[in-house]
Design a protein around this ligand. Structure first.
Ligand code: TRP
Length: 349
C-alpha cells in the first residue's frame, strides 16, 4: 500500500462559498471564521479553499460570475491575514480530485442522512413555495451538498475544521461519513474531524431587525452587512440608516443599547469604551447621531489594515493568480495521495 504523506503538524481545512454580493465577505465571516483561521495557521498545516462548486447547488438560472466571486473571496482571505506561505489557498474546481472523492463517498452515504439535513429541508421547502422554478423539486446536487463538503474535508484527512455555528450539521455529517467509511472497509483512512466552532463573539448582529424588532444576524442574504471591502464612506452611510432604539427620537430620550445594532457593534469593537457610551445612551446624555459617528470611526480604524492588504493584492492580479495556482498544486499533490489510498481501500486497484 502507498504510504500517505506524513506530517508532523495536524491538518486543518476550511472554506467558504463564493455567493451573493460578488462573494465579498463581511464582519460576521471575519469574526466567525477568518480571524480564527488566521490564528490557527501556525499551529496546523492549513488548507483554505473556495467552494466554487458548492455555489452551483442553488442556482436558478445564469449565475453572476462565480470566477469573479471566487477571486473576491481569495482577496478577502488574504486581506484578513491568511498567509499564502503558511496556508494553501485554492479553488475547489482547480482540484478535480474532489469530484472523484465525492462520487466514491456518495456510494456509502444513505439518502436518509441527507434528507434530514436542516439546510437541505429549508431549501427544499423554499423551492416548493417558489412559482415555476420549484416544479421539479430540489436537485441531486443540492441533496449531495454535504457529501461534497465531506469530500473537501476528508480529502486532506483533516483533523479539525474551524467553521461558524451554521455549519455544525454539515460537519456532523462529514464525521458520520468518515466513521462509516473506516468501519465498512475496516481501515483507518480518515481521521474523524473535530468541528472547531468559534464562540468568541457569538452571532454578530447585522444592521437591521426582524418583524419583532429583534436584531438579526449579519448575513449577505439579509442585506444588512458591513463588508471587509466597504470604503469608509460606505461604512458611514450604512451606519446612518442602521437600527437603533425605536423610542429614542430625541437625544434625551432613554435608549436601549441591548437591542440597538450600533451599540452592539460598539460593544464588540470597543470592549474598553462601550460601557460609558451605553450608560450615556440609556440616561439620555448622548444621542444616536453621535453614537453612529463614533462607531463609524471605530469600525473604519479596525478595517483600515484589511483595506491596505486588499488593495495591495487587488492591484496585482498576476500575484493572486500565482497564489491560487500554487495553492492548487499543493492541494492536488495531497489529494492524489488520499485518492490512491481510497481506491486501494475500496478494492478498485
Ligand atoms: N458549506 C460551507 C459554507 O456554506 C462551505 C464549505 C464547503 C465548507 N465545503 C467545506 C466549509 C468544507 C468547511 C469545510 O460556508
Amino acid at each position: 500500500m502507498t504510504v500517505p504523506t506524513v506530517d508532523t503538524k495536524k491538518r486543518l481545512l476550511s472554506g467558504m462559498k463564493p455567493t451573493g454580493n460578488q462573494g465579498r465577505l463581511h464582519l460576521g465571516n471575519l469574526e466567525g471564521a477568518l480571524r480564527p483561521w488566521v490564528k490557527l495557521q501556525d499551529q496546523y498545516r492549513m488548507f483554505c479553499f473556495i467552494a466554487d462548486w458548492h455555489a452551483l447547488t442553488t442556482v436558478t438560472g445564469v449565475p453572476e460570475s462565480i470566477a469573479e466571486a471566487s477571486r473576491n473571496v481569495a482577496l478577502d482571505y488574504l486581506s484578513a491575514g491568511l498567509d499564502p506561505e503558511r496556508c494553501a489557498i485554492f479553488r475547489q474546481s482547480d482540484v478535480p480530485q474532489h469530484a472523484e472523492l465525492y462520487l466514491l463517498l456518495g456510494m456509502i452515504t444513505p439518502v436518509s442522512w441527507l434528507e434530514r439535513v436542516p439546510t437541505y429541508k429549508e431549501h427544499r421547502d423554499a423551492m416548493a413555495d417558489y412559482e415555476g422554478g420549484g416544479a421539479s423539486g430540489p436537485s441531486y446536487g443540492l441533496l449531495g451538498y454535504p457529501v461534497l463538503q465531506a469530500a473537501d474535508i476528508l480529502m486532506y484527512r483533516a483533523h479539525a475544521v474551524p467553521v461558524g455555528k451554521d455549519q455544525a450539521a454539515h460537519l456532523e455529517l462529514s464525521r458520520e461519513i468518515a466513521r462509516r467509511f473506516n468501519h465498512l472497509f475496516e481501515a483507518e483512512v480518515f481521521p474523524v474531524p473535530d468541528a472547531l466552532i468559534s464562540e468568541d463573539t457569538g452571532v454578530l448582529p447585522g444592521l437591521d431587525v426582524d418583524a419583532d424588532n429583534k436584531l438579526r444576524k449579519m448575513s449577505k442574504s439579509y442585506n444588512n452587512a458591513i463588508f471587509l471591502s466597504d470604503t469608509p464612506d460606505e461604512v458611514a452611510t450604512k451606519l446612518k440608516t442602521a437600527f437603533t432604539s425605536p423610542n429614542k427620537l430625541r437625544k434625551t430620550d432613554p435608549g436601549e443599547p441591548e437591542g440597538c445594532a450600533v451599540c452592539q457593534l460598539r460593544r464588540i469593537y470597543d470592549p474598553d469604551g462601550f460601557q460609558a457610551q451605553w450608560d450615556e445612551c440609556r440616561s439620555g446624555a448622548r444621542g444616536c447621531v453621535q453614537s453612529k459617528r463614533e462607531t463609524t470611526d471605530i469600525l473604519n480604524a479596525m478595517l483600515d489594515p484589511f483595506r491596505e492588504r486588499r488593495a495591495r493584492y487587488a492591484s496585482a492580479p498576476a500575484e493572486l493568480d500565482r497564489i491560487l495556482a500554487r495553492g492548487a498544486e499543493e492541494a492536488r499533490a495531497f489529494a492524489d495521495d488520499t485518492l490512491r489510498l481510497v481506491r486501494e481501500t475500496m478494492r478498485l486497484v
